[in-house]
Design a binder for this molecule. Structure first.
Ligand code: ATP
Ligand code: MG
Length: 371
């Protein structure tokens, strides 16, 4: 079981100071619009490497008008039998970057991923299926990252090599050896990206397939390559095949001003299995149910992965569009998870099905009271 047993915030968003003492049960935060519920989930999301669930720069969450100009989060994380860990993160006053401490020692952000994983779902993702392809791929890459912690670094290497290559193409008359080198780097990183994504699809699909009778609809996931002759991720000569594709695309990419082929040109397709219908054509509530089903499958896949801590699951407004039966099913799933769930909603009654299986907090004007 992974759970936060203490959470302290200083000058984070609307919170000058917040302290919550918690047991291992799921946490329900309820209160009016603007009360400060999502801010708490966002703070927790900074316990994962990256820019948090609102995808902002490190200095953005600093509380307006605060004297210090920095924010901080401290948490106590329990993980089953082990001694609890003291985690700290926040804005470093000198470097204007992120600071991470584990048990009082400064460490790299990546070290957080060894201790805890996070899975989150926010209302901003409600239009995921019908929205732009890039946002869907970003969403999916975050799922990949929690199963393959190096995916972020590899993706950065791929993008850097792609930018370097494009600069050479834009300048014209580039030494082909330089282009070769960039394309080799792109292909090596690209194949790692493709394999991590393919592996993630397999794990997600296994978890989805294992729940035939769930209240959440089963989805069929595919990752479509949006360029011709894309190699299969498991092909032994995949690096060579990608290198050739990049080399053949030079003049086209030079004219377009961007790379038109490669793993960045991928589209996550989600099909509602029982209706054999694209998720984008489903109703608002149906899309939400599919998205929650996918998120829960993801949480189970991370929990089942070898040597991976069970993820904390942050569900912001997840109950908003759900009917009573689906709400109850979600609550049962959250109670069965190996990682603590954090749920928000405007109304306590949305969470009645928890009974005493959760700890309830009322949030009002950024004051949090045990309820
Ligand atoms: N940097 C900041 N400094 C101070 N206050 C902030 C900062 N950023 C956001 N806020 C405020 O925090 C308040 C609470 O926001 P939050 O998103 O947590 O509300 P919420 O309870 O989730 O509401 P809703 O139910 O509408 O989603 C908002 O009124 C917002 O203006
Ligand atoms: Mg909110």
């Amino acid at each position: 079981m992974s759970a936060l047993n203490r959470l302290q915030l200083t000058d984070f968003r609307s919170y000058a100071a917040l302290e919550m003492v918690l047991d291992d049960r799921p946490v329900v935060l309820f209160g009016a619009n603007g009360a400060g519920k999502t801010n708490i989930l966002e703070a927790i999301s900074f316990l994962a490497p990256g820019r948090g669930m609102r995808r902002v720069a490190m200095d953005v969450p600093v509380r307006h008008d605060c004297q210090s100009g920095v924010w901080a989060l401290h948490a106590v994380l329990s993980c089953g039998e082990d001694e609890p860990f003291a985690l700290g993160t926040g804005l470093d006053p000198q470097k204007r970057a992120r600071r991470v401490r584990i048990d009082g020692q400064n460490t790299k952000t990546g070290a957080l991923a060894d201790l805890l994983r996070l899975v989150w779902l926010t209302p901003a993702q409600d239009r995921l299926f019908a929205g732009p392809r890039g946002a869907r791929l970003r969403f999916f890459d975050r799922l990949v990252l929690s199963l393959h912690p190096l995916h972020g670094r590899v993706s950065t290497a791929y993008e850097r090599a792609m930018r370097d290559r494009q600069r050479l193409l834009d300048e014209g008359n580039a030494d082909p050896a330089w282009l070769d080198a960039c394309e080799q780097q792109m292909a090596e990183a690209g194949v790692k990206i493709m394999r991590a994504r393919a592996d993630t699809i397999t794990h997600l699909q296994d978890e989805i397939d294992a729940r035939e009778a769930s209240a959440f609809p089963q989805a069929d996931l595919t990752l479509e390559a949006l360029y011709d002759d894309a190699p299969k991720a498991d092909a032994p000569d995949c690096v060579d095949a990608l290198t050739s594709i990049f080399a053949a695309a030079r003049s086209r990419d030079a004219m377009a001003g961007r790379a038109l082929c490669g793993p960045h040109k991928a589209n996550l397709q989600v099909l509602w299995r029982a209706k054999t219908m694209p998720a984008a054509l489903s109703s608002t509530g149906e899309q939400k149910a599919l998205l929650i089903g996918l998120t829960l499958a993801h949480a189970r896949a991370v929990a089942a992965a070898k040597d991976t801590p069970a993820p904390l699951v942050l569900l912001d407004e997840a109950c908003a569009h759900l009917d009573k039966d689906r709400r109850a099913a979600l609550i049962d799933e959250v109670c069965a998870m190996q990682g603590q769930g954090w749920l928000t909603g405007t109304d306590r009654a949305l969470f009645d099905a928890f009974g005493d299986r959760a700890q309830f907090f009322e949030v009002r004007d950024s004051v949090v009271k045990c309820a």
